[in-house]
Design a protein around this ligand. Structure first.
Ligand SMILES: Cc1cc2nc3c(=O)[nH]c(=O)nc-3n(C[C@H](O)[C@H](O)[C@H](O)COP(=O)(O)OP(=O)(O)OC[C@H]3O[C@@H](n4cnc5c(N)ncnc54)[C@H](O)[C@@H]3O)c2cc1C
Length: 348
């Protein structure tokens, strides 16, 4: 088989660059072995405001501008509907929280997303403190559905192989690469935390942050919004809610843990006042980077080896914009923005 690109990994990053290549008529094949699950356990939320600090998400405006046409295009291509919208309500625990909210509402980068009106109405089943603040422009992408449908679509076109990529079987030539019976001009690595096994790019400072989540069933909780306090509680349909997430910088396994469950339940019990049962618990490793920016670029020595990683805690928002930047860099000779280029780590 001869193609222009091999893509290793089909989470949000691999899907975004596949779409970009397909949009421009390039040939490619994807290899994925389901060894990482970050995209599949993600709630898929997009929210332009960091509610812990009331600061804007990095490049939020640009990312949202690309996000909607990106997922709508995919919906058109695959015939599914993968975008849902809802309000996000930030719980105010104190008057100081409210004052910080008002101050943030005056920030020109945040004013279009943050509603200055305090919502005093109680929410059935949610512990009432000092009211809520509403964030506009939030919603969720149904990540597992879109990945599954995209994989089926690629399989029908014989562009998707469910196999592990074995790094020492890659042969690198001057202007091409060969992997088993596939010859390509370039290979793009989008393995999420799996990058740690990649001998060409594992010098990059991908730290990885484990996150655990719960699905709970709570029939008396009648929410249509996402509620955000020390955790988020988000309707998943049929009285089921996502509850998440933990942040663990030392455990690099995918397994759900007792410690994770305990932490989630302790926090959840301060947020809701109705009975619930736990339906499921799961975990994944977010591909986070020391400086919280994506890792994109060509290998310093082998220019036909490319990395597309570091989506961190926000793959849903970041992948559509950064995949375009990567495409323009590879095919239109546009420079990569300095803050995402791996050249920032080359001297190290
Ligand atoms: C609990 C949790 C909640 C989250 N919630 C959100 C959220 O609400 N919103 C949001 O935007 N982000 C969220 N995230 C973060 C988001 O999941 C990540 O930013 C994003 O999914 C990373 O995508 P990726 O494609 O880089 O990596 P991954 O999704 O990990 O995909 C990498 C792919 O590469 C494959 N792979 C790896 N090595 C190999 C190999 N050698 N051969 C073949 N295939 C290989 C893996 O099987 C996998 O399919 C969350 C993450 C977690 C863990």
């Amino acid at each position: 088989m001869q193609v222009e690109y091999i893509i290793v990994g089909f989470g949000l990053a691999g899907m975004a660059i596949s779409k970009e290549l397909e949009d421009h008529g390039h040939s490619f094949v994807v290899l994925d072995n389901a060894s990482q699950v970050s995209s599949r356990v993600a709630a898929g939320v997009f929210n332009p405001v960091i509610l812990k600090r009331f600061t804007p998400v990095w490049n939020a405006d640009e990312q949202l501008e690309h996000l909607f046409p990106f997922y709508k295009d995919i919906s058109k291509r695959l015939g599914g509907d993968y975008l849902t919208f809802f309000d996000t309500l930030k719980v105010f625990k104190s008057v100081e929280d409210q004052n910080n909210w008002f101050m943030a509402c005056d920030n020109p980068l945040l004013e279009k997303y943050m509603d200055p009106k305090i919502i005093k109405t109680e929410k059935s089943g949610i512990t009432h403190y000092e009211g809520f603040g509403k964030v506009n422009g939030t919603g969720r992408v149904l990540v597992t559905n879109v990945l599954d449908d995209y994989i089926e679509y690629l399989k029908e076109k014989e562009q998707f192989l469910e196999i592990p990529f074995v790094y020492n079987e890659l042969e690198i030539q001057e202007d091409s690469v060969t992997y088993k019976d596939i010859k390509a001009s370039r290979i793009i690595f989008a393995e999420g935390y799996g990058l740690k096994e990649n001998p060409f790019f594992n010098y990059l400072p991908l730290t990885g942050t484990k996150g655990e989540m719960l699905f709970i069933k709570a029939p008396d909780l009648q929410l249509t919004e996402q509620i955000k306090s020390s955790l988020f509680v988000l309707p998943a349909g049929g009285h089921v809610y996502w509850v998440g997430a933990t942040f663990n910088w030392t455990d690099k396994t995918l397994d759900p843990t007792e410690k994770g469950r305990k932490e989630l339940l302790e926090k959840l019990d301060t947020m809701i006042e109705v009975p619930y049962e736990i339906v499921n618990q799961f975990g994944g490793i977010r591909p986070t980077v020391k400086d919280r920016r994506p890792l994109v670029g060509k290998h310093p020595k082998h220019q036909n080896l490319i990395v597309f990683n570091g989506m961190g805690t926000r793959g849903v928002m970041i992948a559509p914009t950064v995949s375009k930047q990567l495409y323009d860099y590879l095919e239109n000779n546009q420079p990569l923005p300095k803050d995402i280029s791996i050249e920032r780590f080359e001297n190290k």
